[in-house]
Design a protein around this ligand. Structure first.
Ligand code: UDP
Ligand code: MG
Length: 367
């Protein structure tokens, strides 16, 4: 049975935050701001826009400051230098205060016209709405790499992730807080957003061409991000060493059999061959298995250090017996009342509360 859809407040009582990381995008900012505002206006919600200036050097800072001066509800967080896309995004999430938080790129590849669809899907009950990219107006090699990356990540990840979904999407306030509060340093935002769970829904959105065709995230940056995604959400690379160890053991067993057969049955042997091959494959296997075992400890240390919660609670129903017992606060209150009784045994304050104290002392909770 699916849980009941959460009730969202009416549109005019809802605040939608839009977070936009910006690195040297001065040429597009005014157009982008206008399009984002148009998208937000269509939702009928109140809104705030948060630009994170990630150490731009092309005058973006001044344009953003001007936008913030012209439009109430627009904020700019200027980072002290360029920290990278994921860090800028995190800064924006920490600053966002809306009931729903939209995250999108500032280069017009994420279509601001999709904002109403994201908000509508959230209003219908989804906690996370991610844009599923339709088409990729990029070079064929880049498209192929992304295609491979999403499939590889899904094949070896412990959590299933939606394919072809990047950063663009919306999170309910609660989910946005949870994602922002995850303490790990090495962050792959779409992965963390998928990991937290809750009701997740995809909305198809056309991926547009970059307005100037010059990506700000370098190829090396993309490779680093792909590594973060794979190593943060998968233990499969570790399994590789067990595989290699097993393979070396097989080679060792096969070459031993081969040598013994030649020596004992055919009575021919090449001097030095058996000892080199068997020794090399045997110690190769031991090495690989040793790395595998070491990796097991390292993965456990990594898990402990990055401090991801073991689970997140979506909601609870029913009451516990503990709810009916006096809480710790009741205990403190009782102490206070006892103190008051001892201070003024005949006062009016005491008469009002003596009954409560006596009931508690008799083991029968008041109220
Ligand atoms: N960006 C950023 N810091 C960086 C690099 C990029 O804040 O160091 C921003 C950039 O301005 C854009 C978004 O991150 O709004 C995505 O960058 P890009 O378009 O280069 O990434 P791609 O679309 O190629 O993944
Ligand atoms: Mg882009």
């Amino acid at each position: 049975m699916t849980p009941p859809a959460p009730v969202r407040p009416p549109a005019d009582e809802t605040v939608v935050s839009v977070v936009l990381p910006v690195f040297n995008e001065a040429a597009v900012l005014e157009r982008l701001d206008r399009l984002v505002r148009e998208g937000l206006a269509e939702t009928g919600c109140r809104s705030e826009i948060i630009y994170v200036n990630d150490g731009s050097t092309d005058g973006s800072a001044e344009v953003l400051d001007q936008l913030a001066r012209s439009h109430p509800g627009t904020r700019v967080v200027h980072l002290s230098r360029n920290f990278g896309h994921q860090a800028a995004l995190q800064a924006g999430l920490e600053a966002a205060d809306g009931d729903a938080v939209i995250v999108m790129d500032a280069d017009l590849q994420d279509d601001p016209q999709a904002i109403p669809a994201l908000v509508q899907t959230w209003r219908e009950g989804a906690d996370v709405v991610y844009a599923v990219r339709q088409g990729r107006p990029e070079a064929a090699w880049k498209r192929a790499l992304f295609w491979l990356f999403y499939r590889l990540l899904n094949a070896c990840s412990l959590t299933p992730f939606p394919r072809d979904a990047g950063n663009f999407g919306l999170m309910d306030r609660r989910v946005a807080r949870l994602v922002a509060d995850l303490p790990e340093q090495d962050r792959y935002f779409p992965g963390l957003r998928g990991w937290v769970g809750f009701a997740q829904r995809g909305v198809p959105v056309a991926r547009l061409p970059r307005y100037d065709g010059r990506p700000r995230v370098t190829l090396a940056g993309l490779v680093r991000l792909a590594k973060s995604a794979l190593f943060s959400f998968s233990r499969a690379p570790l399994g590789l060493f067990y595989g290699l160890g097993g393979l070396s053991l097989l080679v060792c067993a096969a070459s031993t059999t081969f040598c013994l057969y030649h020596k004992l049955v055919l009575e021919i042997a090449t001097p030095g061959w058996a000892s080199s091959v068997i020794t090399a494959s045997f110690f190769g296997a031991i090495n690989a298995l040793g790395i595998g075992v070491l990796g097991e400890y390292i993965v456990r240390i990594y898990d402990q250090v990055r401090g991801r919660p073991k689970f997140l609670v979506a909601r609870e129903t029913g009451t516990s017996l503990a709810d009916e017992r006096p809480t710790e606060l009741d205990g403190d209150l009782l102490e206070l009342l006892r103190h008051a009784r001892s201070m003024s045994p005949t006062g009016e304050f005491c008469e009002m509360n003596c009954e409560t104290i006596e009931m508690e002392e008799a083991g029968c909770p008041a109220g």
